[in-house]
Design a protein around this ligand. Structure first.
Ligand code: ADP
Length: 455
């Protein structure tokens, strides 16, 4: 089975968010299962390509010149790095001031033309596209191979001016969107299968309000739309062997978790008064609902609970959280993206809070459970699939589910967690959470089944 897999992000080469982790995890597992995967990634200029094989691509003049460098990466394996004008930048999407590059639409339209040109040369059994950055590949190909489109985040669709429709290929009409271009809408119409990154989110995006304006387009595809839950890299996220932690631990020997907790409390500047410790590791964006924690913290009153947040993103929200942390004994905020500290937070905490407004899959709740940390979540997207409520399902439950993404509901979920989890119960639940298999093997097998069905 030969697969061309095109993505704008890839851990650890171009690691931005969940798409990067999913691309790396899925491609790795597909390759282990015997699939021959050509992994196409924009050449952002961060990998040395000297001496690598170069293939020139035949793209329309506006999109080129375009070429591919085939490189061997020590972690990600073989990558086909796609070069075309404008792709190489210091960050895949963002300028140093945090605003998007002004030509992001054009950049990924060019990338998609280059991917289409490669598909014509390579003639794979299956083409696997991911998110809007690769959507218009299907405008440029008259007769594409069987195609899977994975939807990692429907909130981003690559809207641009309608003048582009004249340039992107023979099937451009599917990408026309209220007079403009929508790089995702046509891909949803044209792909053979559309895969949301969790089963519950596959339902949500069919509903008005859940599909970010594309719900009708998704509904129109009927059974072609399914959901496959993402996995996590269980070698990177492994409490028994994690170089970022001061002590190792496992479901059979939880002793090291206490040492991680002590170190974490020190890093956060919180004192150990025997209270539970709840943390969040997150981007500071509307999606993640961290702004809801501002009023939520007020509602925690005298609850014996310490809270620590590690977050990067919205500068106003970061300033607000820093201000609250400055006058609170029980709340700490660390501004930034810090991989090492994130591992310590998953390991050292008792509870992991995700007040998300929407969550296509969510990786951090799975990472938390792998480290025996109990998720407290809102009832959205992949959180519904991965975190059954412990009160509703005492034997199989995995966390505490708030009624809604609202401060009162999140605060009452935290109250419930603190009331319910005595030390004995915590240990039992932790052990159960730590033995769940979150690896990419099962999701990759589901994708392979889809490949087999359509090819
Ligand atoms: P997203 O919507 O941001 O992709 P996910 O939960 O799918 O959310 O994945 C986010 C990934 O990024 C997780 O592996 C998480 O640990 C990591 N991450 C998010 N924010 C931070 C941060 N501030 N510091 C370190 N790692 C972070």
């Amino acid at each position: 089975m030969r697969v061309v897999f095109a993505t704008a992000e890839l851990s650890p080469v171009a690691a931005v968010g969940g798409l990067a982790a999913a691309a790396a995890g899925l491609v790795g597992a597909l390759r282990r299962s015997g699939a021959d995967v050509e992994l196409l990634l924009p050449d952002y200029g961060t990998i040395d390509t000297t001496g690598s094989e170069v293939i020139e691509l035949d793209v329309p003049q506006w999109a080129g010149p375009a070429s591919i460098h085939v490189v061997e990466h020590p972690v990600a394996g073989r990558i086909h790095l796609v070069s075309c004008p404008g792709l190489a930048r210091s960050h895949p999407y963002l300028q140093p001031d945090g605003q998007g590059w002004l030509d992001n639409i054009d950049r990924f339209l060019r990338f998609s033309q280059a991917v289409a040109a490669w598909v014509l040369l390579s003639k794979p059994d299956v083409l696997h596209l991911n998110d809007w950055h690769t959507g218009t590949v299907l405008a440029a190909l008259d007769d594409p191979p069987p195609t899977v489109l994975s939807l990692h985040n429907l909130a981003h669709q690559g809207h641009g001016p309608g003048s582009w429709l004249a340039s992107i290929g023979s099937r451009a009409e599917h990408f026309e969107w209220w007079g403009g271009i929508n790089q995702l809408s046509g891909a949803i119409a044209l792909a053979d299968r559309i895969v949301a990154v969790s089963p519950h989110h596959a339902d949500e995006i069919r509903r008005p309000g859940g599909g970010f304006g594309l719900d009708a387009a998704v509904r129109a595809r009927g059974d072609a739309v399914t959901g496959i839950l993402n996995g996590i890299d269980t070698t990177v996220w492994n409490p028994a062997d994690d170089a970022f932690l001061p002590a190792a631990f496992s479901s059979g020997d939880l002793g090291g978790k206490d040492r991680c907790r002590d170190t974490l409390l020190g890093r956060l500047g919180l004192s150990d008064d025997g209270s539970l410790l709840a943390v969040a590791v997150t981007r500071l964006t509307d999606q993640k609902g961290i702004d809801l924690m501002v009023p939520t913290l007020e509602l925690l009153d005298d609850l014996p609970l310490n809270v620590g947040i590690l977050g990067a993103g919205d500068a106003d929200l970061a300033a607000q959280l820093a201000e609250i942390a400055g006058r609170s004994e029980r709340f700490a905020f660390i501004d930034g993206y810090d991989e090492a500290l994130s591992h310590l937070m998953f390991a050292g905490a008792d509870l992991f809070v995700m007040p998300s407004r929407f969550e296509p899959c969510g990786l951090t709740q799975m990472q938390a459970m792998r480290y025996g940390t109990i998720p407290v979540v809102t009832p959205v997207g992949g959180l519904v699939d991965t975190v059954p409520d412990l009160d509703r399902e005492p034997r199989t439950g995995r966390g505490v589910v708030a009624r809604a993404a609202e401060p009162v509901a999140i605060a009452s979920a935290l109250h419930r967690a603190v009331r319910r989890f005595g030390q004995r119960r915590l240990t039992t639940i932790r052990r159960r959470l730590m033995t769940i298999d979150w690896s990419w093997d099962a999701p990759a097998a589901e994708y392979r089944r889809i490949y087999d069905q359509i090819s």
